[in-house]
Design a binder for this molecule. Sequence first.
Ligand code: ASP
Ligand code: MG
Length: 423
Amino acid sequence: MALIVQKYGGSSVADAEAIKRVAQRIVAQKKAGYDVVVVVSAMGDTTDELLDLAQRVSPLPPGRELDMLLTAGERMSMALVAMAIGNLGYEARSFTGSQAGVITTGLHGNAKIIDVTPGRIREALSDGAICIVAGFQGVSQDTKDITTLGRGGSDTTAVALAAALEADACEIYSDVDGVFTADPRIVPTARRIPKISYEEMLEMAACGTKILHLRCVEYARRYGIPLHVRSSFSQKPGTWVVSEVEETEGMEQPIISGVAHDRSEAKITVVGVPDRVGEAAAIFKVLADAEINIDMIVQNVSAASTGRTDISFTLPASSGQTALSALKKIQDKVGFESLRYDDQIGKVSLVGAGMRSYPGVTARFFDSIASAGINIEMISTSEIRISVIVGQDDVDAAVAAAHTEFQLDAEQVEAVVYGGTGR
Ligand code: ASP
Ligand code: MG
């Protein structure tokens, strides 16, 4: 029998009514003759609320206990969805990540899936039950403690299960009708992307498009699992994320797939670094040791008069304080003058496989941003992406300008945001 894995995000299971609606959708698949495995996120803003609660009892909660707390959110959803399905006359069984065989590394808050051994899921399916699995969690191979996969990690749970169970499809349900050319909350005329390649989706996700968790897309690409991103609030066709987007006859693929943005980064400038062999290595070594992910890096030519240069880089703002204190420890050894920190920045990225074969994309992108009167602070590129750092207040305008420059605006408003508080 064909097997389908569905994942429902927080806003799709936000309250009792939403859960009943989702149960109907799940039962409809079962009635259509599919085996169904469902992965759920925590209800609405539960994860954020649990994080707030933890903060109120302890400024630095231990990772093990925080994971224990956060995974409770998904457990509430799984049990409620199973009950709602039961109420419709179908058998449903809920499973925690650990029970579903999601084995991870031991890094609390950001564990990686090492293996999936879904024996209990297979058993339940062969009994004819619908399986409901708590997303975003697993169990550490070494410590046997409960872990979480990082914010938004339920998508990754869904793809990992789809791969392990050799599912025929993996559907990711959220509160928007698929992947759009920009965040419809910023650009109301954003267009739905019917089909997008894994590599473009990876760049979009890495550059702040929150609709899919980055590791979920990496996983889907590695195992060749087509993803169908849809809204649980409508029956609209959504977006397919696939390996190759073939040219539709007579229709050229657009050069640019979309414009992504990210307000979660900060910028550190290491001022007055002596221009000697090994200084950059020393700086980035301490950051690596502190497990900080660096995004963009810019180093200028050193001024002839001083023999010193500045190195700027961006990182998640949440790692900002850790990075600053790690760097301060090596200030005397490296001999740099000072550190500057700015978390009022934003990143705007243009993504499109078509940019490989079209020259001039960079110039048009920069020109659109300049025409909006916005200053570019940093630039980085990949083969299919150009990103710029701008002031945080300029992000919306920069996204809109680039979106219009590359003719991505739809004639009519296509995007409906059905739910979610945007938290
Ligand atoms: N509930 C978790 C979060 O809000 C995981 C998820 O939604 O995928 O990040
Ligand atoms: Mg959530």
